[in-house]
Ligand binder design. Structure first.
Ligand code: NOJ
Ligand code: CA
Length: 659
């Protein structure tokens, strides 16, 4: 009925109407990747929009443009795609219309529904009961997935199973076939809509399962509107899958005229000591966020060149079981032992910026009521990044209207929260503040439109190593790179050089903690360990001080989902390159060409690697820091211990004088 292929004729999409029902399929170089998969929506108070359809019109167009990221894994991205727009009507002389738009790139496909005013036959709005979109994956695939609609939001270890054994999964959902085809299912530009889970209906057929709203429906929108893009990155390697910019390309250009006020940077903070239970968020004798302790962290940051200091627990409301007392949080008043004016004045004097903290405990309406005052307070005291938090079980976000009506419960990734997050980001942008939510809604590339939405959590972070229930495995971090990280930056909070949690070890070697700064991208990176632990590991600390956080380019040099990854990134603000590699619980001996370095230039390579006997279980601190001079014709041996890693900084050497 209608077809469109990618600019390089790699992928082809075909739309079909069969007895009035609409479906699509995808091929790569003629091989079927997605079998006929249904399109449509089920509505409340109206018939499903999926039968008796006829094609009204179709058109194609194409785009090839470069655009610049405000900050990111690379400076320049290329949006090169062909678009097919097809409009449908229901029955003969029908009133209900909608369109489906496909954008086909060489490395994947995005499509969305567009509902014009005439989609609802007069009501002016649509209430979506269910999206009927399917993804019937053709070749047998292995899946890396975490469950959706379960209590722990996105914070699960990944399951690796045949796709045919997946239940209900979050996206990004990463798939690989035996011969190396990679498919990542996700979505782009999740705005005022519910997050998409994927539920397997039969075989390898998945269906969109939208996070429900408190009212029981999935989405309620005034007409006209369009859905987020449903995305499939389709490549022949894990590296190309990671490097795809498809999700960003499907987001709108920046809505902010100027974000030069946001500076990618590293930070330290009153944080790990809380998770180690050496101090408390709650006020009292064990309180972590005292004036004295804050001054100590600020001085440490200033001495070692960190721009940011995060302070958690400075405000009122943390006493008792804070994660159950969200309605107690006061975002503008400090505890008695924390002098907000003195601390912020000291930070200013020392050239350090506090990172603000807004833990909501999921009392989100309560937070919204204080939001403007809370942003103003920070803005007036030089705080330009805020870490926020939404700690509660999934589905337990508390929503209440202004009149103080009943408390309704929402999902972290439902339509109401998609609105909430964007509202916070918009209001923060107006105050020149960047946002980093923990327990967030998943990332769908909105940093392109809102570059002050700089990072987020949204997976099992380093904190699990503190609590140990159970700790993150070496494999988890490699899996993150090829799953969670396909969606965008993560505030993983690496750099635990003590390798110790609360009563159990972190499952990592020392060199690996450094490699995490290169392989797990975020424009704000925490040096998460305690100051005294860094002073005890000066060599490792040097790398953490040196490593860049904003990149001109990124290359995945080698890697397989769940096994290992080798990445090189070039600093956006110097000529330096950094290489990072991590492996799962298996040691690896790799040889890596340095051809990514500039030809004709010699570099000092500062290498931080696992020692000969290093092993994440019994020799995690066996560590070597050494230097060599290299150029782009050289190769480097990467000996990764089980659970290990390597980090390298390459700095151009001055041209030698010719006398
Ligand atoms: C969970 C966050 O992930 C963590 O970083 C934070 O310290 C606590 N919530 C308290 O807000
Ligand atoms: Ca968390």
């Amino acid at each position: 009925m209608a077809t469109v292929s990618s600019p390089g004729e790699v992928l082809a999409v075909a739309l079909d109407l069969h007895e009035g029902r609409l479906s699509y399929r995808i091929e790569r170089f003629g091989e079927r990747i997605v079998d006929d998969s249904r399109l449509g929506v089920a509505l409340r108070g109206a018939e499903k929009l999926e039968r008796n359809l006829s094609l009204v019109s179709q058109s194609t167009s194409s785009v090839d443009q470069r655009w610049e990221q405000a900050w990111g894994e690379r400076r320049w991205s290329r949006d090169h795609h062909r678009e097919l727009r097809a409009e449908f009507a229901e029955g003969v002389g029908a009133k209900r219309h909608f369109s489906v738009v496909f954008r086909v790139f060489d490395d994947g496909v995005g499509f969305r529904y567009e509902f014009p005013l005439s989609a609802g036959a007069g009501a002016g709005e649509l209430i979506i009961e269910d999206e009927l979109t399917e993804f019937a994956i053709a070749p047998p695939m292995t899946a890396w997935w975490i469950p959706a609609g379960e209590w722990n939001r996105y914070e699960y270890l990944y399951q690796r199973t045949p796709l045919a054994e997946v239940g209900q999964a979050h996206t990004p959902l990463t798939l690989r076939s035996a011969d190396g085809l990679h498919v990542a299912l996700h979505e782009a530009a999740l705005v005022d809509y519910s997050g998409m889970w994927l539920r397997r209906s039969e075989g390898q057929r998945l269906r969109a399962q939208l996070a429900p709203a408190a009212e029981g429906w999935k989405v309620r929108r005034g007409l006209p509107f369009h859905t987020p893009w449903r995305t499939l990155v389709i490549t022949d390697s894990a590296a190309a899958m990671y490097e795809s910019d498809l999700v960003l390309n499907l987001n709108e250009p920046s809505q902010l005229d100027d974000v030069s006020w946001f500076q990618p940077a590293k930070y330290v903070g009153i944080w790990w000591e809380l998770h180690l239970d050496r101090s408390s968020w709650a006020s009292g004798p064990r309180h972590g966020a005292t004036t004295q302790n804050a001054l100590r962290y600020i001085d440490f940051a200033a001495e070692h060149g960190f721009r940011g200091v995060l302070i958690e627990g400075w405000n009122r409301g943390w006493d008792g079981q804070w994660f159950g007392n969200g309605w107690d949080f006061d975002f503008t008043h400090a505890t008695d032992d924390f002098d907000f004016e003195q601390v912020t004045a000291h930070a200013r004097e020392r050239g350090v910026h506090l990172i603000g903290h807004h833990e909501t405990g999921c009392a989100v309406s309560h937070y919204e009521r204080q939001l403007d005052a809370a942003l103003r307070l920070y803005r007036n005291h030089g705080v330009d990044v805020i870490k926020s938090g939404y700690v509660c079980d999934a589905g337990q976000i508390e929503r209440q209207d202004r009149r103080g009506g009943p408390v309704l419960r929402e999902w972290h990734d439902g339509q109401w929260m998609s609105r909430h997050h964007l509202e916070v980001v918009r209001r923060a942008a107006a105050q020149q503040i960047a946002i980093n939510p923990h327990e967030p809604i998943k990332d769908t590339g909105l940093r392109r439109s809102w570059p002050n939405w700089v990072s987020r959590e949204g997976a099992r972070g380093m904190e699990y190593g503190a609590w140990g229930n159970p700790p993150n495995t070496p494999e988890h971090e490699v899996e993150l790179v090829f799953t969670r990280m396909l969606s965008g930056p993560m505030d993983y909070t690496p750099g635990i050089v003590s390798l110790q949690g609360r009563g159990q070890p972190i499952l990592s070697t020392l060199a690996r903690q450094l490699a995490l700064y290169v392989v797990i991208y975020s424009p704000i990176q925490m040096a998460a360990d305690l100051p005294e632990h860094y002073l005890a590991q000066p060599q490792a600390f040097q790398f953490i001080k040196d490593v860049a956080v904003d990149w001109a380019q990124t290359r995945v040099l080698a890697g397989e989902v769940g096994d290992f990854v080798v990445m090189a990134r070039q600093d956006r603000h110097s000529e330096d390159w950094y290489l990072g590699a991590i492996t799962d619980e298996h040691g690896r001996d790799l040889r890596q060409s340095l051809a990514f370095l500039a030809p004709g230039q010699r570099y000092r390579a500062q290498i931080y690697r696992d020692g000969e006997r290093a092993h994440y279980r019994d020799q995690p601190l066996d560590f070597v820091a050494e230097e060599r001079v290299v150029d782009h014709g050289d190769s480097l041996r990467l000996r990764l211990a089980p659970g290990g890693g390597i980090a390298v900084r390459f700095t151009p050497l001055q041209a030698e004088r010719e006398d």
